[in-house]
Design a protein around this ligand. Structure first.
Ligand code: MD3
Ligand code: FE
Length: 215
């Protein structure tokens, strides 16, 4: 297995997904019941990334702010359950990176099209800090930016392509990170699109009830 260590507790597993097409089909199934939606930034502008979720809770933004909710505010239903192939992949990748007994609770699915980017940020949320985040790249390539714990450290660029998996554990879990604007392209599996799956485990507090309205 090709394993590149990129920081304390963090590594890239190149080409770890053995059937990316199966993963993309599972995303389409999820999106059929929990559609992709564009969240808005704190300024109110819509993000160019569209997202949806599967698993126990989902990342949403409603008038009261951002958080995890058990009910999809768009449909009023709970999120689609985590497909077995997702759980298996995340558990297997975490084990490969040295984290045993990892069972993801939630999978955030981000959909990037040309120009979609994710500004540098730190994840602050209700998940256990000792549980790694597992991320899976599908479709078009992207450049991931991996910074340090403070805002001062210059971020490193990490190219990610279809089938790559990154496990972010240990102290790296609290590092700044982002994604550069997606470049135009066509991928045989996803066309003009990149999907990123982000698995998280260990819901600390009950998911917030954020009401029923988006935006
Ligand atoms: C690195 N998602 O969901 S991959 C996020 O491509 C997020 O959709 C990105 O940043 C995406 O918060 C990046 C996942 C990821 C998640 C948490 C991290 C990478 C991380 C925490 C520390 C370092
Ligand atoms: Fe993040």
């Amino acid at each position: 297995m090709d394993k590149e260590v990129i920081g304390p507790g963090a590594c890239v597993l190149r080409g770890f997904v053995d059937d990316p097409a199966e993963m993309v089909r599972a995303i389409a199934d999820i999106a059929a019941s929990a559609p992709f939606r564009h969240l808005s930034t704190p300024s109110g502008a819509p993000m160019r990334i569209a997202m949806t979720n599967c698993g126990r809770v989902g990342w949403v933004n409603v008038r009261s702010g951002y958080g995890y909710a058990e009910v999809d505010p768009l449909t009023g239903h709970s999120w689609p359950s985590m497909p077995a192939i997702f759980t298996r992949l995340a558990t297997h990748a975490a084990a490969e990176a040295g984290f045993a007994d990892y069972t993801p609770d939630v999978c955030l699915i981000n959909r990037y099209t040309v120009g979609s980017s994710l500004h540098m940020h730190k994840d602050r949320n209700g998940f256990l800090k000792d549980m790694p985040v597992v991320s899976v790249s599908l479709g078009l390539p992207a450049t991931f930016r991996f910074g340090g714990q403070g805002n001062g450290e210059p971020p490193r660029s990490i190219p990610l392509v279809n089938g790559d998996v990154v496990v972010w554990g240990g102290p790296s879990r609290m590092n700044y990170h982002g994604v550069l604007p997606l470049e135009a392209g066509v991928h045989p599996l996803t066309g003009n699109t990149r999907f990123n799956l982000t698995f998280r485990a260990g819901v600390v507090k009950p998911a917030p009830r954020l009401g029923s309205k988006t935006g």
